[in-house]
Every structure is written in C-alpha cells, then in structure tokens.
Design a protein. Structure first.
Length: 255
C-alpha cells in the first residue's frame, strides 16, 4: 500500500490553552490538488504549520511521506501568506529563489553551480526567468508571487503548500495563479489554503473545510449544510467547475 503524502490522525492543538484544532483527521494523496477552506481564525494556517513541523501538536500523529514533520524539509515547498520584503533591501529575484536551496542537506554557505541551475529552472517553470537580475521589489504583485513560488520549487519538492496565495494580488492574477498551479500539479502535490470559497473551480480535486473541526470531500463539490457550519452563512452548493456561489435568501440577524 502506498504511503500517503500527508497523514494526520486524531490531531489536537491549542494556543495558550485556547483550542484551535479539535480531533483533526486528514489524508492527502500523492498528486492531489487540495483546497483547505474556512473562515479567518478557523485554524487553516495552523494546520499547515503543524504539517510543516513549525508547530507541535498537543496530541495526535502527523506523517509526511511516512516521516514525522520536519524530517524531509526538501520534499516540502511552502509559500507563506506574507512574503513582503522591505523596499530598501537590495535583493534580486535570483537571490530570493536561491534561498530555497538552504533546505538541502549538507548546505554550505556558498551556492554551487547546481544551485544556480536549479534556480534558473524554477524561474523558467513559473515564467519569470527573464526577471532573474531585477530587484524583487520592482516586480508586480503577480510576478513577485511567482518568484516566491519558484523559491518553494527550487528544492524540487514533492508537495507544495500555499497559504492565501491570492491575498495581495489583483483578480486577473487569480486565474493565472491557478492555471500555473494546475500545470505544476502534473508533477507536484498541491495544497492551497484560502478563506475564499471562490477558489473552488475546475482546478481543485478535493476540499477540506476547517473551522476548528475538519470536513473532507474527495471532490471539488460540497453539499449544502457543510459550508453553513463553516461560515455561518447558508450556502446552497459549491460545485466542481462553478466558481460563482449561490446563496439562499436569509434574514438579517438584527431583524
């Protein structure tokens, strides 16, 4: 039986005794394109940080490619929600992406020819190789996001996590991003965290709704009732291939 890319069992986590995640169970298969949805403060980012080994669970089990979190960092690419760099700091796109090679075992202070070749490959993969010598802060929001995705890809990971990747880019880039991720998904397992249910389009293969508890759906379709619980708003259906949502008519609670 093939070992899953990620396996989470009976996971509990609290911040300063305040429960954040309650009895979480999740399996991420190789080659999946998973959307983790839920309201702000529901525990989405916390779950990803636990899988990456940045945080430690109160109880429960996490395995990434059969190993405890943090054991195989070069197999996991991560694009955090906040990727800003101070404007006065003079760093090129090439240097930003090269940082992703630091996860390689036996890392020395100097980058090798292999590191630079891998960086050029990652930049070409996301379509911005021609910008390698530019300052990272001279790029547009979409180009900068591509650079940080390249940094996550430069170690040639087997799974890529992106936390709210469309939070600081315009609407046009949303489509471009998911087309890029769909292409990457041919060789890399993709996990995207978002609070925006419009992420559910033809690109996503499965969905996990997180709001302290977790509801998993092995398709980009969620029946009525589940999102009611997640968002406290009566959503009729979120269906594969239909990015627009239809809401039931509901009364204002102040009435």
């Amino acid at each position: 039986m093939e070992i899953p890319a990620v396996e989470v069992r009976d996971l509990w986590f609290s911040y300063h005794e305040n429960p954040v995640l309650l009895d979480i169970n999740l399996t991420i298969r190789h080659g999946d394109f998973l959307a983790i949805l839920g309201p702000n403060g529901g525990g989405k980012t916390t779950l990803i940080k636990l899988i990456l080994g940045i945080l430690k669970p109160d109880q429960g089990m996490i395995r990434v490619f059969g190993k405890p979190p943090g054991m195989l960092p070069h197999l996991m690419g991560y694009v955090p929600q906040h990727t800003h760099i101070d404007a006065p700091f003079p760093i090129s796109v090439m240097d930003v992406v090269l940082m992703g090679r630091l996860a390689q075992s036996g890392r020395r202070w100097r980058y090798s020819r292999e590191d630079r070749q891998a960086t050029e490959k990652a930049l070409a993969r996301v379509g911005i190789l021609e910008h390698q010598d530019r300052s990272i802060n001279s790029l547009s929001g979409g180009e900068r996001q591509r650079a940080f995705i390249a940094r996550a890809l430069v170690s040639e990971p087997r799974i890529l996590f992106l936390d709210e990747p469309t939070a600081s880019v315009d609407q046009k880039w949303h489509t471009n991003l998911y087309e890029l991720l769909q292409e990457l998904n041919k060789t890399v397992t993709v996990v995207v965290v978002s609070h925006d249910i419009s992420i559910l389009s033809s690109y996503v293969r499965s969905v996990a709704c997180v709001n302290r508890s977790l509801y998993y759906h092995d398709a980009a379709e969620i029946p009525a009732g589940i999102l009611d619980q997640m968002y406290q708003c009566p959503v009729e259906i979120v269906a594969h291939g239909h990015p627009h949502r239809v809401l039931k008519i509901h009364k204002d609670e102040t009435e």
